[in-house]
Structure formats: C-alpha cells, structure tokens
Write a protein that binds this ligand. Structure first.
Ligand code: G3P
Ligand code: CA
Length: 232
C-alpha cells in the first residue's frame, strides 16, 4: 500500500508548499498530492480559492494577479508555489505526483506545462496522476492527451463512480475514507481501477485500508503512517 503525502507532509508543514513537498520526499512518501488553480494562465498550488485559511492574504485568488499572490506568506515564510516549481523539485526524485485540478480553467495550462516539463525536465508523464471532482475537466484532458492517467475523485457512494470511471477510461478511483468499504474496493479492483483513499491518518483506518487491499492512502503524516503500517 503506497503512501501519498496529502498536500505534501501537511500535518507538520504548511500545506501545498515546497517545504511540505520537500519534507514528503525526506519522509519517504511514494507520491505527493497537490491542488492547483490557474491564475493569469499559470498553475498555482493551493487548495482553496479563498486565501484566508492558508495565507496572510484575503479574498479570492481570482481578485489578485499572479505577482501579488506570489508575495503572500503561505506559512513559515513559504510562498504559494507554481506547479512548474513542484515539477522541478520532484523531477530528480522517484516519487509520482497526483495533481488535483480545482479550477475550471486548468486544462489548457496543464497541457502546455506538461509538454514543457517533458521537454525541459525530461519529466515522464507516466509519473503523473491527474484527478478532479470535476469530471468534465478530466474528460477534456483525456480527449487532448489520451495517455494521461486520470483519477476519478468521488466523495460519496451516491455517485455512480463506475460509469464515469469507464467513460474516462480512468486509472484510479480516489475516494473518501468515510464511505469506503470492502465491497467498494473489490468492485473497483474488479473493474481494473486502482483505489486511492483520502485522508487516512489514524492507525485503525490505516489497518482497515491495508485489510481491504487498497493501492494507496493519502496521508498528512507520511513517515508516521509508514511506521504505523509497518507495525501492523
Ligand atoms: O485528492 C484527495 C483529496 O485531496 C481530495 O479532497 O479537499 O483534500 O482536496 P481535498
Ligand atoms: Ca486535494
């Protein structure tokens, strides 16, 4: 079972910052998950479009220019990173990267950035998993770059995840720990989907996910989760 650092090692470091991602690498995570929006055509790494929770700014990211956003403090003096900076950081490592698309205008900038990453960083796009709760974005991506691995995010059993996963030819279903059960995992795996579960930080949940045979868990504490997994 793989450990995916959720927003970087965000339990101990400011989420979605280069510091949190560096720490995820140091803590031995298999992968990193980040959230992205597009501002001025540039993909930035942040979870909320409101700035107040994670930065010293206020209002919406869309009320600011990229230059203004990059002057904000995202915790411990960290800046809001660009996706390009994250790709540069991870390129020399063996970790894979899950990019969660939050903003509606992210598809075109992502496609052009990935071309640049392949060309300038030799970044293998097979190391990427692109996910979103907005399945229209994933469908648009798939149409333009069919080889990309897609993660269909689903937060509830009320959604017919199998239908959209099939429609997208998704690589994985990424689902909330609060509703997942053994039958769901078995069904998804029988459909050839990887199963990644968020957010799993408690020892009893880690044990339960291992028992279900999920492929990976999103953890805010990658080193601690790894230890808890090993101790079982
Ligand atoms: O990608 C898994 C998880 O991060 C989705 O929920 O709200 O933490 O972005 P959220
Ligand atoms: Ca996320």
């Amino acid at each position: 079972m793989q450990i995916i650092a959720h927003r970087g090692a965000s339990g101990d470091y400011p989420e979605n910052t280069l510091l949190a991602i560096e720490q995820a690498v140091l803590q031995g995570a298999d992968a990193v998950e980040i959230d992205v929006f597009a501002v001025d055509g540039e993909l930035i790494v942040i979870h909320d479009h409101h700035l107040a929770r994670t930065t010293n700014g206020s209002g919406s990211i869309y009320q600011h220019s990229l230059a203004q956003l990059q002057q904000l403090d995202a915790g411990r003096g960290q800046r809001i990173p660009t996706l390009w900076q994250v790709l540069q950081l991870l390129a020399p490592t063996t970790l894979w990267l899950n990019i969660e698309l939050k903003g509606d205008n992210t598809v075109a900038p992502l496609l052009s950035l990935l071309k640049r990453a392949e060309r300038e960083l030799q970044f293998d796009v097979n190391r990427l998993l692109i996910s979103s709760f907005n399945h229209h974005l994933l469908a648009a991506l798939k149409q333009q770059q069919p080889a990309l691995k897609l993660g269909a995010l689903t937060a509830s059993l009320a959604i017919d995840y199998a239908a959209f996963a099939r429609q997208l030819n998704a690589y994985s279903v990424n689902c909330d720990v609060s509703f997942i059960n053994q039958a769901f995992v078995a069904d998804a795996k029988a459909r050839g989907l990887k199963v990644y579960v968020y957010t799993v930080d408690q020892a009893d949940d880690i044990a339960r996910m291992a028992e279900y045979g999920v492929d990976g868990i999103f953890s805010n504490y990658p080193a601690r989760s790894r230890q808890q997994l090993a101790a079982q």
